[in-house]
Design a protein around this ligand. Sequence first.
Ligand SMILES: [Zn+2]
Length: 397
Amino acid sequence: MRGYLAESGVESELYAKVPERANLVARLPGSGGGPSLLLLSHTDTVVADPSEWQVDPWSGELRDGEVWGRGALDMKGEVAASAVAVASLAREGFRPTGDLIFVAAADEEVGDGYGLPWLCSEHPDAVRADFALNEGGGERVELAGRALYLCSTAEKMSSPFRLRVHGRAGHASMPGIADNALIKAAPLIERLAAYRPERRLEVETDLLVQTLGGRGFGADEALAFARELDPYAAELLEPLLSLTLSPTMITASERRNVIPSVCEVVVDCRLLPGQSQEEVEPLLRETLGDGDHDLEWIEARGGTRSPLQTPLWDAVSGFVAEVDPEGAVVPICVAGFTDSHWLRESFGTVAYGFFPMQAMDPQLAARLIHSADERIRVDDLALGVDCFRHCARAVCG
Ligand SMILES: [Zn+2]
């Protein structure tokens, strides 16, 4: 990629904590004082099992107007589109007033400290930017008879916790003499599953349902409306109305014949942007009730948002108006997690997830990410290039 960029006269640097996990940062320097725009992407992917695929997952095979392979959607496609946008602008002699930066970062999927967080702390001058475009949005969805392009402006906080249930060990042949922590964990897991947290509309979801319904809604009413409108709308909205709890891992005894004295349950918990562990913990403790167990937070990551009335928002909306005059851009909060929060936290960057997708059905795309037969339409790659070129001219041109 460095060679490809150099052919168009774009200089790039490799920043690497270890040589085999390098990050590439390329820059078209601004002529002075204008706002900077960073095109952010990650080059790593999740694993792929070739036996589940119709093609070699590492082939990048071109078939019927689609590029097939692991990372096509998440997110080597966007890496490629960013590189092409920057290189083509450079060839045309584009001279931005603020820096146009392209970052192809390592290590987003696992997050072992080789990628963007490491760049932000060790090489902040390389990645500091006023505005950024990243993964996490851009799909065109048809709802309520309208074409909407989802632009991710916020994300939930990854806030997993460990529930540790205490009992007393004993020989499994004589359960009466012990106090089985695994059995005691079962009703606690059921209580977590039955918990219905209070719903609330955040600024992003409020705007989304207003766009769909043409008026304001309460949070519960909004979900009922979305269900009536389209199951997909409800699927999109539901995790964004409250915190979510998903128990995913459990450990107890390591021997079949030993009754466990401790059972640990790891719960994947996602908080709304702006919600804190301090606010949520009493609610969780109340849900679990009294008993010999404790709750320990594992981490608190993300949960950031960027404002909506910005030059980058105008740039994204302007692009959509050009390519799809009937379409409208709506903000959305990401239920999962992207690298955008590192930029927001480190530099106050206005970071959005927007890589437009018109040709592929967004529900199909969602099922292909991290799964078999991942692929992207070449038309959508070209659309992404056009979008980045448009935003670069609009924001730092
Ligand atoms: Zn990704």
